[in-house]
Each structure stands twice: as structure tokens, then as C-alpha cells.
Design a protein around this ligand. Structure first.
Ligand code: ADP
Length: 439
């Protein structure tokens, strides 16, 4: 959009030329020197414009030029508009610099280490925390490749890989005790930010929490066993008046023992290493055990079907996987009303191995599904208690599966039933052993 001032200035110049030419024509016509008069006017205007052009150029090339750059309106209008643009650009640049400075100050003060790398993975900037945690030196390391400055093979491998995955629990270059969680953030021009966070404190707190739960559970185990033992020794027929109380005491002490046992299982799983001594998990005896357990729990109240659609076995911990699968089977029996059907199925597809427990129970509302594997999370507390649930079963399942690089998929429809599937990576599948080795 053209500015009003520019149009006005240009119009004034045009009117000036027109009047001068008109006057020159009149004077020239009456004096008989028309050509000379017109030539004089045109030359004068040309000289004036050349002078204005020189002034204008001089003004533009001056570093801190200000004030009038020409007395000719058209040139002045052009100059004014350039000057306005320049001062607007200056203001914008100042604003940008202030914002950039504010961002840099904030990034410098961040407790997380931040390192900016260019397309060639050379360091262009880093903050104070990066100096401390990654042992970088401002004078020495700007312009160097980050990979030339770090020693940890895990960090180097991670930096070389361009996956967006974070790197968790890696020792900091400043101190092996300091544990870092690192992320890489890329932009479209190939530049990237490497962010490292000190998670030692968080890990210590997590360890304190784990130790606390493990110790409390362990300490509770002995007194509970004693209480349970003494309660079992009292025959309700000897104290008929207290028989209902005795029954309640027994059931509650059994429940507490089960909770303590489940908490201890979770603590053990928390502390165990993923791939420690994997063994062959033969599915034939495993499915048979699950069938026996389901039938014992159900006491003939459900139709129980077991299907083995694949010959392959699994590699992992027999004890832990049995604990996970039997939790799913126990849930299916406990939550499915009498007369319902429970299917335990082992199959293999392109995703890997699937151990599924399918029931025709009441189903679980969709909004509960994402939270089911949290400790003590229950859809209905009363139903869970009634059926002897501890609220820890699916947490145990999730932990066991994590240790086996597997995941739990839950599909449930209200009024139709639920399907809990443990999905194992194809790398975990084993061809059946020739002799039909037992689990
Ligand atoms: P609980 O010991 O209470 O059964 P879990 O961790 O095993 O604890 O299960 C969490 C909750 O998920 C249960 O309280 C129950 O509400 C729901 N749930 C688990 N399995 C089923 C199932 N097969 N059908 C319906 N609800 C289920």
C-alpha cells in the first residue's frame, strides 16, 4: 500500500514541473525563444534532481544519517519512507535481541544442561548446567563436536542414532554417581538441542520408596504369619459365640497376608534385572497348570476352555510368567458371573506370541482401562474385596511383562466381556524342544 505522504510529495513535484513548463512555454512563446526556455527549465530540473539524488545517496550511505536528505518533495517522500522502514526495522531488531537475550538468560539459568549443535554437530552454545554436568568449557569447546568431548559409549551411540528416543539413566561425565536422562530435539535445518537432566535425586527417592515398601512388607510378614497361625489353631466350635468374629478375623488376616505377598512380589520384580537367566517356558504344561487353577477357583461355575494354536514356546522366567498368567486367569474367574465362559489361548501371529485370557464377564468401562495396571486401582472396590482381590494383580502382570519386553493389551466391552492379551516379541519365541521338556 502506497503511503499518503509519498503520493502527496510526488504530486507536488509533478505540479512544480508542470507549472515551470507552462511558464517557460508562455515566456518562450511571446519572446520567440520557446525551445531555449523549455530546454532551460528541463536542464534546471535535471540538475536539481541530480543534486537531490546525490544528497539522497549521501544521506543513505551516512551511518547515522538524520535530518533532511533533499529539498525536492518526491525525493524527500522516498527518503522519508525509507527512513521510516529503517527505524521500524531497528525497533524490531532491538525487540528481537531483547527477546533472544531473555531466552538465553532463561536457558542459561535452567537447571537442565542444554547444548545447541549446528548441522555439523558442532557446539554453538551451552548453558551453565552443561558446563557443570557435561564438563564443557566455554573457551575450549565452542565449535568442537560434542561426540569428541564425551567418553560414555552409551551417550556416543545415542548421539549417533537419530531416533527421538530419550536416553535414560546414564552416568554424567562430571561424576558417576550423578545419573542423567537425555533428550535430543531436532529442527528442520538439521540443528539440534541436547538436553540433559539430573535425575539422581528422583532415583534416590524412587529407591527410598521401593525400599520402604519392601521393608514394611517384609516386617509385616512374620507377625501376620503368627496371627494367622494362632487364628487357625482356634476351632470355631470351641467358641460358638465368637464363631462369626473368628471367621471374619481369618478372612481379613488371609487378605492382609495376600496383600503383603503381592507387595513383596512387586518389590522383587522392581529389583530384578530384565534378562536375568531366561529359561524355556514350555506352553503345554503352562496351559495345563492354568486350566487346573481356573477349574479349582471356579468350582464348576464356569465353562473353561484352553486352546493352543501354536507349537512355539517362550523364553523367560517360568515362575514370573506363571504368576502373571494366573493373575489374569484368577481375575477372569472372579469377575465372570456363574455360567460364563473363560478361554485361555496361546497363539502366534505377525506381532509375536499372544497369551490371551478371554471372559464373558461384565466388561470394564473404557475410561478405567488406562489405569487398570496402577497399584490398588480397582473398578469396583467392593466386588474386588468380595472376590478376594488385592488390587495388585494387574500391576504384577504389567511388571512381569515389562521384564519380558512384552506388553499387556486390554480390550473390553460392557456386557460382552474382556480380553487380556500378553503380547511377546517374536524374538522371545522358541521352537519346541525335541524331547518335550517340561516347565
Ligand atoms: P484385583 O485384585 O482387585 O482384582 P487387579 O489389579 O487384578 O486387582 O485388577 C484391577 C481391577 O481391574 C479389578 O479390581 C477389576 O475391577 C478390574 N478387572 C480385572 N480383571 C477383570 C476382568 N476379567 N473382568 C472385569 N474386571 C476386571
Amino acid at each position: 500500500m502506497r503511503s499518503e505522504r509519498f503520493i502527496r510529495g510526488f504530486r507536488r513535484s509533478l505540479i512544480g514541473i508542470a507549472i515551470a513548463l507552462l511558464l517557460a512555454s508562455l515566456v518562450g512563446f511571446f519572446s520567440g525563444w520557446l525551445t531555449e526556455a523549455l530546454l532551460l527549465v528541463v536542464s534546471t530540473f535535471l540538475a536539481l534532481h541530480l543534486f537531490a539524488l546525490w544528497q539522497f545517496g549521501d544521506h543513505l550511505s551516512a551511518t547515522a544519517g538524520s535530518g533532511r536528505h533533499s529539498h525536492l518533495a518526491a525525493w524527500r517522500a522516498i527518503g522519508d519512507s525509507i527512513q521510516r522502514r529503517q527505524s521500524r526495522a531497528r525497533r524490531q531488531r532491538r525487540r528481537l535481541l531483547t527477546t533472544l537475550q531473555a531466552y538465553r538468560n532463561a536457558a542459561t539459568a535452567l537447571p537442565d544442561a542444554v547444548v545447541a549443535l549446528d548441522g555439523d554437530r558442532r557446539i554453538t552454545w551451552f548453558n551453565a548446567a552443561a558446563q557443570a554436568l557435561l564438563q564443557l568449557d566455554r573457551r575450549r569447546d565452542i565449535g568442537s563436536r560434542l561426540t569428541d568431548l564425551l567418553r560414555s559409549p552409551r551417550m556416543l551411540e545415542w548421539l549417533a542414532s537419530d531416533t527421538g528416543e530419550p536416553l535414560n539413566d546414564v552416568a554424567a561425565p562430571c561424576d558417576d554417581e550423578v545419573r542423567l536422562s537425555m533428550r535430543q530435539i531436532h529442527d528442520q535445518r538439521g540443528q539440534r538441542l541436547v538436553v540433559a537432566r539430573d535425575i539422581s535425586q528422583l532415583q534416590r527417592l524412587e529407591q527410598v520408596r521401593r525400599d520402604f515398601v519392601a521393608n514394611v512388607s517384609h516386617e509385616l510378614r512374620t507377625p501376620l504369619t503368627v496371627v494367622h497361625g494362632y487364628l487357625d489353631m482356634i476351632d470355631p466350635e470351641d467358641v460358638p459365640d465368637y464363631a462369626p468374629i473368628l471367621r471374619e478375623l481369618r478372612s481379613q488376616s488371609r487378605r492382609m497376608t495376600e496383600i503383603v505377598e503381592d507387595l513383596l512380589t512387586l518389590s522383587r520384580l522392581d529389583a530384578s534385572d530384565a534378562a536375568s537367566n531366561p529359561e524355556r517356558v514350555a506352553l503345554v504344561p503352562m496351559l495345563e497348570t492354568l486350566r487346573r487353577e481356573a477349574e479349582a477357583l471356579s468350582q464348576g461355575r464356569h465353562r473353561i476352555k484352553v486352546r493352543r494354536d501354536s507349537e512355539l514356546d517362550l523364553s523367560g522366567s517360568v515362575k514370573d510368567l506363571h504368576s502373571a498368567f494366573s493373575n489374569l486367569v484368577s481375575n477372569a474367574v472372579r469377575y465372570t458371573p456363574d455360567g460364563g465362559e473363560i478361554v485361555i489361548r496361546w497363539s502366534v501371529d505377525s506381532d509375536g506370541g499372544r497369551l490371551e485370557v478371554i471372559d464373558s464377564g461384565p466388561g470394564i468401562p473404557a475410561h478405567h482401562l488406562p489405569r487398570l495396571t496402577e497399584r490398588f486401582y480397582r473398578v469396583s472396590t467392593s466386588r474386588s474385596r468380595e472376590t478376594g482381590g488385592t488390587g495388585l494383580g494387574l500391576s504384577i502382570v504389567k511388571h512381569v511383562l515389562q521384564l519380558h519386553d512384552a506388553n499387556l493389551q486390554i480390550v473390553s466391552e460392557m456386557g460382552t466381556g474382556s480380553r487380556f492379551a500378553c503380547v511377546f516379541d517374536p524374538a522371545r519365541l522358541l521352537l519346541p524342544s525335541v524331547g518335550g521338556e517340561d516347565a
